[in-house]
Design a protein around this ligand. Structure first.
Ligand code: BG6
Length: 326
């Protein structure tokens, strides 16, 4: 997983010390800190109302909230913060965080039949269990989080699935979502790693890699279009689900003088989103003036690319983010 070497890994925090099914709200930071082995990297659970795992190794720093299985920060050595978090994000056990990498599952956008259910599924507002944290030979740190169907999830989605999020923090950021179908019937679902990137100014940012790709344009109703040959540029609200694409997308950011490359596996949809002025103003957890500084390029299987997972099978989708000075 993640293309990183796995031999002779150092387990930093062991699952049996944490309690695989323990709700995140009861994870004891002290217990986690004292369970760490001696290692060049550090991983500890801290809390700003919601517990999160703070990782620091020689390659990068990162923060992963157990709430939502949510990567909120990733800063590779020699670069600034790559992910964007809203200063207005809520930090509540029943609300998603705004920014970082929310996990959307088992549906994307509004529920197709029950609009009262949370948009983008329930995974981003549930407490995930922290399974293991491991130092890898190449200096990166791997955290594994888990979310398993329970009575609360079945009330919204009457299926059994075990979802695992594997986050590898190094000079690249690798995030893999694995969905295991524990139902006796095929499981139909959608998922997204809804990644918010920090950009200097969206109006001067472009995205390469999606030329000629069909997409659903969700601004002002849903229309099917085909992307042109030029890099994507932004001059208004943008909400697009690119379909049937496994391509790497590159964010070209002249103001921050960097290129962010988003490569993916097991994903056939790429969502590109910026709310622009009016939509940002309507969102309580999004600052009115924050929209120029963010861009979502999401690794997904949504709409036409929804997944059907056979009983007992596991479906995996993953992203690899890297940054270069440009
Ligand atoms: C994007 C969707 O992925 O997420 C947009 O395509 C949506 O339609 C956006 O507005 C944010 O969604 P939410 O539920 O986090 O406000």
């Amino acid at each position: 997983m993640g293309g990183h070497a796995q031999g002779n890994c150092q387990p930093v925090i062991k699952a049996d010390l944490i309690g695989h099914s323990e709700p995140s709200s009861t994870v004891n930071p002290q217990r986690l800190n004292t369970s760490m082995t001696s290692t060049s990297a550090s991983a500890s659970v801290v809390s700003d109302g919601l517990p999160s795992l703070a990782i620091a190794n020689r390659l990068a720093t990162a923060r992963i909230y157990l709430h939502g299985g949510h990567v909120a920060q990733w800063r590779p050595a020699g670069h600034g913060e790559v992910l964007w978090m809203s200063a207005r994000s809520l930090h509540a056990p029943d609300k998603p965080l705004r920014g970082g990498i929310p996990v959307c599952f088992p549906w994307f956008g509004p529920h197709p039949e029950r609009p009262e259910l949370p948009a983008h599924g329930f995974a981003r507002q549930r407490a995930w269990a922290l399974d293991t944290v491991t130092d890898l030979d190449d200096g990166s740190t791997r955290a594994v989080l888990a979310l398993v169907s329970d009575a609360a999830s079945r009330a919204q989605w009457p299926h059994d699935a075990a979802v695992t999020l594997t986050v590898t923090v190094g000079s690249t950021l690798n995030v893999e979502l694995a969905i295991a179908n524990r139902d006796p019937a095929p499981l139909v679902c959608e998922a997204a790693l809804h990644t918010y990137f920090s950009v200097g100014d969206i109006r001067r940012t472009t995205v390469e890699g999606l030329a000629g790709t069909p997409y659903l344009d969700k601004v002002g109703g849903v229309a099917r279009r085909i992307e042109g040959s030029a890099p994507i540029a932004f001059s208004g609200e943008t909400d697009r689900v690119y379909l049937g694409t496994t391509a790497t997308a590159t964010i070209v950011d002249p103001l921050l003088a960097r290129r962010i490359t988003v490569a993916k596996r097991g994903s056939r949809s790429t969502v590109v989103w910026n709310p622009w002025i009016a939509k940002a103003a309507k969102m309580a957890d999004f600052g009115d003036h924050e929209w120029p500084g963010m861009l979502c390029v999401e690794t997904a299987n949504a709409a036409d690319d929804r997944m059907t997972i056979a009983p007992g099978a596991i479906e995996r989708m993953a992203l690899d983010v890297s940054v270069t000075h440009a």
